[in-house]
Write a protein that binds this ligand. Structure first.
Ligand code: NDP
Length: 686
């Protein structure tokens, strides 16, 4: 890993790569101690950074729809994946092995691609989101309310930790950009050279609008003095720094959304049924050893507290000690290495000091953190540290093991005598990102999960059935919530489209339906309608929200119901047996099948000839509201409710409000019909 002159990191701010005016602080290779880069942000105008994001990046992003932003993220993710080997080469210098780098690099890009794909599938192709149903506020439909989410008009400031220089950036900018909010990323100095490299590659693609992403290499100076209520600040790192930033006067004065993810004393529980020799015991040993050594234990989700039945502690310590003892420590680019160095020598000093803290409650039972054996590299110049397993015999009397995060390959085994004790110990972490329980007993799972869930952002249950498919205790996933209450910071990130809403404001909008519909682009009851040509004859180029069809009427007869029942096999008594139907509290007589009504409704509203409607792909929210008796007459009102043209395709999705009424005007069925419709019709000749 010999290198030429260290490169000088630059910040990407107000549209240009900009060097700091200071000498630059050297950043050292975790494995060799060589200087990799110099970092410094002296002289940057931080107020201008925020202003630039708000005035240049924000408007450009907000002019795009969710689907356009999702397509942008997809293109960006794919372009970055093509460059992954360049990132791996730089990632070795942070102490990450190839396997560690996979989590950071491909895990990070994969997270961006997941947000892109979920954004396209789960969000409408609009610029605001609706939240929940319309609230009817007047009997005559002249005044209603709709909650909406609109993107904040500030910037997302992401202050990140050193341990995931790529994933840490991408998991946060993806939901922010998808929401339409520009980001300012401040990576932790120690590993900022890798983040800087990726931002260079991002900027070179030209895929993001100018101002959508800025990077600060080095201190953020007075940046927080300038945050407003439209900005969001997220922080990952030590609880000490996090609390300081959260209490910044501008953050407090402007009620700035502040998401914090800090030290977390995650636990893993070995179930009482998971005795030595069971698959769950073996899985537990594997998982704890893996979590201790991957990224050399520098993972916010790593298992710090190992909670096990007292009777099995000896077997567990032996199995873990054997496994950890075989971990080959060495340079991260050496294929034989199973655990690389910590991120820096300072970090090693810090972890050793925290182990000393833990020793006031616990003893070391495997591994010696002061004696380092390496298979490659220099044990003193590189920040290598042996994994260390501790044991605290009196876990309820212990204080430090529930309080001190040694951010390295260090865990403490805590014995329990009952499942209530295991739960109590997990809770002593005072709020964590994740805990896991390894058991095959549903009763244990129920008891543990219900009781520890309020203290955690995520709980993983491990057993033999999911052994091959489980994503593991330590892996945050784009679709799942990442964050935790209490000492874990009280924040929440990702969680699929929930994470996008962290960058948006929820607002209740009240008004007359026609005007509410103009805001959301969604037809609601009471908004304007247009009648004319059958809406199924219209392509997306012609179709309008509110285009409506009132169908002919159809009477439902005894013969219809008998025919439908025997044809489909649905001879449920309410349709077929008069006495039994009358005895049913909901019906006065035999009733028509709900599905018969829906089928007749389709028969009434379809336009049978080939045309722009390409397919019906389902219905949403189907409800049968009033029974239909023989002799009743039904009619359908079909209204175009929402149009989502699909990016990079020649069709889009159309949602239709479908209301079926009887001769008295009562609603007998209500649902949304979902169709694919061509953008133009007839299709252009190739
Ligand atoms: P810090 O809290 O020191 O740093 C985290 C981030 O905050 C870095 O980007 C850092 O920048 C920045 N920062 C520090 N001070 C300020 C400030 N005054 N204003 C604005 N930004 C600031 O944590 P470390 O990265 O040094 O890690 C220390 C400990 O934190 C670890 O040993 C571990 O215990 C814990 N940690 C927890 C994580 C988790 O997710 N639970 C993740 C990583 C760490 P700079 O690097 O330039 O100082």
């Amino acid at each position: 890993m010999a290198s030429a002159a260290p490169r000088r990191l630059e910040s990407y701010v107000y549209g240009a790569w900009t060097a700091g005016k200071g000498d630059g602080l050297p950043l050292l290779d975790a494995g060799t101690g060589e200087t990799v880069a110099l970092i410094d942000s002296k002289g940057l105008d931080f107020a201008e950074v925020l202003h630039y994001g708000r005035t240049v990046g924000g408007p450009k992003l907000r002019a795009m729809s969710f689907h356009e932003r999702a397509a942008m993220l997809k293109a960006l993710g794919l372009a970055l994946m093509e460059k992954k080997e360049e990132f791996y080469a730089e990632s070795f210098r942070t102490g990450a092995t190839r396997a560690d780098g996979w989590v950071d690099i491909e895990g990070g890009i994969g997270t961006m691609l997941t947000f892109a794909s979920k954004g396209r599938r789960e969000l409408p192709n609009t610029r605001v989101l609706t939240d929940g149903d319309v609230e009817l506020l007047s009997k005559d439909n002249s005044f209603s309310a709709q909650h909406i989410y609109a993107p904040l008009q500030g910037v997302a400031v992401h202050i990140n930790a050193f341990n995931f220089p790529i994933w840490g950036m991408l998991e946060k900018i993806s939901p922010a950009l998808l929401a339409g909010v520009p980001a300012v990323v401040k990576p932790a100095s120690q590993t900022a050279y890798l983040t800087e490299l990726m931002v260079r590659r991002i900027v070179e693609t030209g895929l993001l609008p100018e101002g959508a992403l800025q990077l600060i290499c080095g201190s953020v100076g007075d940046l927080l003095d300038h945050v407003t209520g439209q900005d969001v600040v997220t922080f990952t790192g030590s609880a000490w720094t996090g609390r300081k930033l959260k209490a910044h006067p501008a953050v407090i004065a402007n009620s700035v959304r502040f998401t914090m993810e800090a030290d977390s004393l995650n636990a893993s529980i070995l179930g009482p049924d998971a005795t030595p020799g069971t698959p769950e015991f073996d899985l537990f040993v594997k998982e704890v050893a893996h979590e201790m050594t991957v990224k050399a234990g520098q993972k916010c989700t790593a298992i710090r507290r190992v909670i096990a039945p007292r009777d099995h502690v000896d077997a567990l310590v032996k199995a873990l000690g054997d496994r950890l003892g075989k971990t080959a420590l060495g340079l991260s680019d050496d294929e034989a290495t199973r655990m690389g160095p910590l991120a820096s020598l300072d970090q090693r000093t810090e972890v050793r000091a925290r182990i000393q803290d833990l020793l006031s409650d616990a003893e070391i039972v495997a591994g010696n953190p002061d004696e380092v054996r390496v298979t490659s590299g220099n044990a003193e110049k590189g920040a290598f540290l042996n994994p260390a397993l501790l044991y605290a015999d009196d876990p309820f009397g212990a204080v430090k093991v529930h309080d001190v995060e040694a951010f390295g390959p260090v865990s403490t085994v805590l014995p329990y005598d009952s499942i209530e004790e295991a739960i109590g110990l997990a809770k002593l972490g005072k709020g964590s990102l994740v805990s896991s329980v390894f058991t095959d007993d549903p009763k244990v799972v129920e008891e543990v999960v219900i009781n520890i869930a309020p203290f955690h952002g995520r709980v993983l249950v491990g057993n033999r059935r999911s052994a091959k498919t489980s994503t593991g205790h330590g892996s945050p996933l784009a679709g799942l919530v990442h964050g935790g209450p209490g000492r874990a910071g009280g924040g929440e990130e990702m969680g699929g489209m929930r994470g996008v809403k962290h960058y948006m404001q929820r607002t209740a909008v009240q008004g007359t339906p026609r005007l509410l519909s103009a805001v959301t682009g969604r037809w609601i009851e009471g908004a304007d309608v247009q009648h004319g040509e059958h809406p199924f004859r219209k392509s997306l180029a012609e179709l309008k929200i509110g285009d409506q069809l009132m169908t002919a009427k159809r009477q439902i007869t005894l013969e219809d119901v008998e025919h439908f029942a025997h044809f489909t096999g649905d001879t449920f008594y309410a349709h077929m047996d008069e006495a039994a139907a009358k005895a049913n509290p909901f019906f006065d007589d035999r009733v028509a099948h709900g599905y018969l009504i829906a089928s007749f409704a389709a028969g009434l509203f379809v336009e049978p000839n080939p045309g722009p409607v390409l397919a019906n792909y389902g219905v949403d929210n189907m409800r049968f509201l009033t029974p239909v008796y023989f002799g009743d007459t039904v009619q359908v009102r079909l209204t175009c409710k929402e149009i989502n043209p699909r990016e990079n395709a020649d069709h889009g999705e159309v949602r239709w409000d479908c209301q079926v009424t009887n001769q008295k005007g009562e609603i007998v069925a209500q649902y949304d019909v979902l169709t694919m419709v061509a953008k133009i019709w007839p299709p252009a000749q190739a």
